[in-house]
Design a protein around this ligand. Structure first.
Ligand code: NAP
Ligand code: MG
Length: 488
């Protein structure tokens, strides 16, 4: 299963060429389904970051990119979308091998990445300014110019999706990009960079430099010649990165974590709700920033919903991602240990593990990082398993009695990324939607395809700024106002 090309070195993509790291450093990239090596990837140093930023800057100032008409940028982005679709099988298998996610999830991720390029391609020649009326003798207008070199630091959980969403939005605005994928899953980001070059994106416009966070990540975030930074990851690293960027007055988009609630009222269609609630937490083995990791259920529906959830979870098949199970492994041994520790913490706090929580039985490879999908009931609102992001397939179940209590519980979190509401009563749904403090709210669904078109980002410590949709362009453009006096 581990790719046969595993001994070949995957070079960094800097200034249009594949290159080894300046010090010859190499990352061993693991396949979490087996624990075996998937690939060897060049590991960027601070010197490589300097080269990538310099390449991006030169591209920005070149006629080839800086002077390209927006409609031509659009054509290149459309070609990238098409090429991603042509290579979908290969990219999906690679994503599944690198991250461990089920093959059909990886296939969906690849389509979403293509959609980002397509969606933003259509925007390239529609980034418009305003005219501002100052009265006779004045012409005042605004121009939205590319913000410049966009540095993007992404996590390992959805590399091709998150790599695509940031790059496509930045490129359509005319920026140049330096992307640092996470060392745990860098492969498809490298493929994106390769595809972009094949599709005619000029050299240096899109650089991809896998490397260690504290070395390459830090060198990129603190680089004095970047103009913008998009960070997707944990709160702790987000704070570090924002401080580094602040030293250079570089604006940051922060896409951080969540402890997102799914709020279920007794009048909901429980069969549809069970599927929605289970997918919201078990997709990608719970390693999703927007995972619906807290279930808040109206007390009188608790038993009926939980019974259905237990049946659903017991029927789930766990196994190697490329075998397309219902759930794959966790990304790494370290992350698996964290998830296991949280299950133990839940027990110690007095909650009840009603399904899962152990290594699954079966014939999965011994070296893989597996855990069963896990339900924990009787969770108190201030327990650590109700408050802290576990980033694994663990659902914490709490109960409420009315809309007031549901709103209070939903908001009892440092996070504010996403919330789901399940009810047939439009008044309850809209009342709660107006009260919950999260950047996205779903009613009787959770997610909408990849959500490419929908602005996405956090309230509270889930971050600030918005990715996805047209709102993302605000981060990748800057406004110039031109005021002209004419006549006498
Ligand atoms: P992480 O540890 O914060 O890492 C994120 C990225 O930052 C990785 O590329 C990492 O590189 C890099 N990094 C680490 N230390 C750094 C440093 N000192 N300076 C600069 N960069 C550094 O997060 P993770 O564990 O990979 O991902 C899980 C977190 O991401 C969760 O909290 C999750 O909720 C959040 N997330 C949010 C979204 C969203 O859109 N809101 C989406 C996905 C994930 P290395 O890993 O290579 O060291
Ligand atoms: Mg991997």
């Amino acid at each position: 299963m581990a790719g046969s090309a595993s001994a070949t070195l995957e070079g960094l993509i800097i200034d249009g060429a594949r290159t080894a790291a300046s010090d010859g450093g190499v990352l061993d990239v693991l396949n979490p389904s087996t624990g075996e090596r998937l690939a060897r990837v060049a590991k960027a140093t601070a010197a490589d970051v300097n080269r990538a930023v310099a390449g991006a800057r030169a591209a920005l100032e070149s006629a080839a990119w800086g002077g390209m008409a927006p409609a031509e940028r659009a054509r290149i982005l459309y070609r990238i979308a098409q090429r991603i679709r042509e290579r979908a099988d290969e990219l999906a298998l690679l994503e599944s091998q690198d991250n461990g996610k089920p093959l059909r999830q990886a296939r969906a991720d690849v389509q979403v990445a293509a959609r980002y390029f397509e969606f933003y391609a259509g925007v390239a020649d529609k980034i418009m300014g305003h005219t501002i009326p100052l009265g006779p003798g004045f012409l005042d207008f605004t121009v939205r110019e590319p913000i410049g070199v966009s540095a993007q630091i992404i996590p390992w959980n959805y590399p091709i999706q998150i790599g695509g969403r940031g790059a496509a939005a930045a490129l359509t605005a005319g920026c140049a990009v330096v992307l640092k994928p996470a060392e745990d899953a860098p492969m498809t980001a490298l493929r994106l960079g390769e595809i972009a070059l094949d599709c005619g994106l000029p050299s240096g416009v899109f650089n991809v430099i896998p490397g260690d966070g504290p070395e390459a990540g830090q060198a990129l975030a603190s680089h004095p010649d970047i103009n913008q930074l998009t960070f997707t990851g944990s709160i702790e690293v987000g704070i570090l990165v924002a401080k580094m960027a602040a030293e250079n007055i570089v604006p940051v988009v922060m896409e951080l974590g969540g402890k997102s609630p799914n709020v279920v009222f007794a009048d909901a269609d429980l069969d549809a709700t069970v599927k929605g609630v289970a997918t919201a937490i078990f997709q990608n083995a719970g390693q999703t920033c927007s995972a619906g990791s807290r279930l808040l259920v109206e007390r009188k529906a608790h038993d009926a919903l939980v019974e259905r959830l237990v049946a659903h979870v017991k029927a789930m098949r766990v196994g190697p991602g490329p075998d397309d199970p219902d759930m794959g492994p966790i990304i790494s041994r370290k992350q698996l240990d964290t998830v296991q520790r949280y299950v133990d913490i839940g027990r110690q706090e007095g909650a009840e593990v009603i399904a899962g929580g152990r290594r699954p039985q079966g014939t999965m490879p011994a070296g893989g990082f597996y855990i069963e999908p896990t339900l924990i009931d009787r969770v108190g609102p201030d327990m650590r398993i109700a408050q802290e992001e576990i980033f694994g397939p663990v659902l914490s179940i709490l109960t409420f009695d009315d809309v007031e209590e549901a709103a209070a519980l939903a908001n009892r979190s440092q996070y504010g990324l996403v919330a789901g509401i399940w009810t047939r009563d439009i008044n309850k749904a809209l009342t709660l939607a107006s009260r919950i403090k999260t950047g996205q709210i779903y009613v009787n669904t959770y997610g909408a395809g990849g959500g490419v078109e929908l602005p996405f980002g956090g309230y509270k410590k889930s971050g600030y700024g918005r990715e996805k949709g047209l709102e993302a362009l605000a981060s990748y453009t800057q406004v110039k106002n031109v005021c002209v006096r004419f006549g006498a």
